[in-house]
Write a protein that binds this ligand. Sequence first.
Ligand SMILES: NC(=O)c1ccc[n+]([C@@H]2O[C@H](COP(=O)([O-])OP(=O)(O)OC[C@H]3O[C@@H](n4cnc5c(N)ncnc54)[C@H](OP(=O)(O)O)[C@@H]3O)[C@@H](O)[C@H]2O)c1
Length: 272
Amino acid sequence: MQTTIQTIAFIGGGNIAHNLIKGLIKSGYDRKKIIVSDADQAKLKALKKHFKITLAKDNHEAISKAHLVFLAVKPQILPEVCAQIAATVQKHKPIIISLAAGIRLNDLQNWLGSKTKIVRAMPNLAAAVGKSMTGLFAKKISIADKKLVARVLNLVGVILWLEKEDLLDVITCVCGSGPGIIYLFIECLQKAAIKLGVPVKAVDNLILQTVLGATILALNSEHDVKTLREQVTSPQGVTATAIKVLEQNNIEQLFKEALCAAHVRCKEIARK
Ligand SMILES: NC(=O)c1ccc[n+]([C@@H]2O[C@H](COP(=O)([O-])OP(=O)(O)OC[C@H]3O[C@@H](n4cnc5c(N)ncnc54)[C@H](OP(=O)(O)O)[C@@H]3O)[C@@H](O)[C@H]2O)c1
């Protein structure tokens, strides 16, 4: 398969790069075809020790050897990094996959060259276990290049090509930030369960298995989540009592406000 022979470079070897590399290797991707460059030598050494991947001496070397280049640095420093690598990108013409939250395709195109093949991708940390939900957006790249990017990112989860770039900001809030939001929700359930007497040692498995079971059930069900919730909520029953309290405290509004605030922040990052 074509994906097994493409060399992938990561510019930045932090959190998301770590999780993508872990997921790619877990899926059987040839670790010798993964090359990483990072400003932090200690981080690079740790990645090498952990994954036995190839290290580049700098960003230029990584890009010159790769077919696909993930830009995995913080959005705030991306303009500077792009200015530094633009000539190398234009010379070697890899497909660039920007993971940066909020940074627009037009800006990337201005920084890296108008002919550079660029895809914006928003994966999440579950890439490490092959379960990312990744939003993708591109304008000017060929179908063959789109298929290649899709094949690689499908190795670490499910992908969705978006028709409008604005939706990528929404995906960033819902899916990129999603694991963090869901972990908070799980922590709340854990604390409440402990208060009711569940032993601290057992609480992790108890709640995580419940969330996992509910998710897999919903993914495999012919019904939507609302119908499934209604099915387990008999009038005046135990679930109904819990849900009533959450609704009285306006849980839906709380989630709307949280995601709206995240969306505003995402747009702020793009303007900086
Ligand atoms: N974390 C997520 O769940 C997630 C999900 C989707 C997308 N993203 C996006 O992915 C990007 C990276 O996020 P992250 O959480 O992985 O950040 P991170 O953990 O800070 O990783 C970025 C890495 O890039 C390194 N770096 C800084 N300057 C560099 C340079 N000039 N050349 C090469 N490497 C350089 C940093 O080193 P220093 O620490 O020494 O500066 C750091 O190791 C962001 O744009 C973010 O929006 C993140």
